[in-house]
Ligand binder design. Sequence first.
Ligand SMILES: [Zn+2]
Length: 256
Amino acid sequence: MPAPWPYQQLPTPGWPQQYGGGQPTGGPGPVACQICGAAPAAPVTIRGHQGMLVIMRFLKREGMFCRTCALASFRDMQADTMVLGWWGPLSLLITPFTLLANLGALSGIRRIPEPVAPGFRPPLDPGKPVFKRPAGILALIPMGLLGLAVFAFTALLAIGLVAGPSRESGASSDDSGRGLSDYPSGDYPTLTVGSCARNDATWPYENLKPEPCDSPAAQYSVHLWTNDSCTSEDHSVGPSYSKDHDEPLCLRPLKG
Ligand SMILES: [Zn+2]
């Protein structure tokens, strides 16, 4: 009988503790996970953040990890950050970037092949995906609020950009862009009987402005109602345009 096989197969009891220290480094072969010893492994950096009102902690787990250990580390750090990351004014800003950076790291982790060479101990337990943990579900609240805040800020900015310039132009130049509805009651331009006017809108909409009768822009002469009406070719406008807001007016076309 030759020597029994177990003697050649079983590692010595002290081997796991010696791993890394006792093994030659830099030699050929795939790099091993520094947590469990499985191969292949790749450099992984996962970040965490904790806000504590005025102080905060930046956490970092960095090293050569196998796919399984790296995924477990990612999920733990991400879930912890989702719960502990928000509790400070600066942390509110830092945490989203930390979470996003970890998502970048996750795409790298997913490119590490499954372990082929087992290590000296089982790999870390990846557990449930982040959003199937209570931490991930709780984190939907601050993340949702933050999303709303960003959305509201963007919307306000957009409204400001659109409304700001047009309001300025409306105030600085009085001759364009204002419809009848833009005039509050009592803010109608006064059309003096015997003078001329133009309509910057298209009938039946009115955007009436006084216009000197010798101006090429003048379109109508302003008349009082006669016999309680205007002629058929006139445009009848309400009393708001008259000097004392008490007499309806007729606008008689100057040309045609
Ligand atoms: Zn590992």
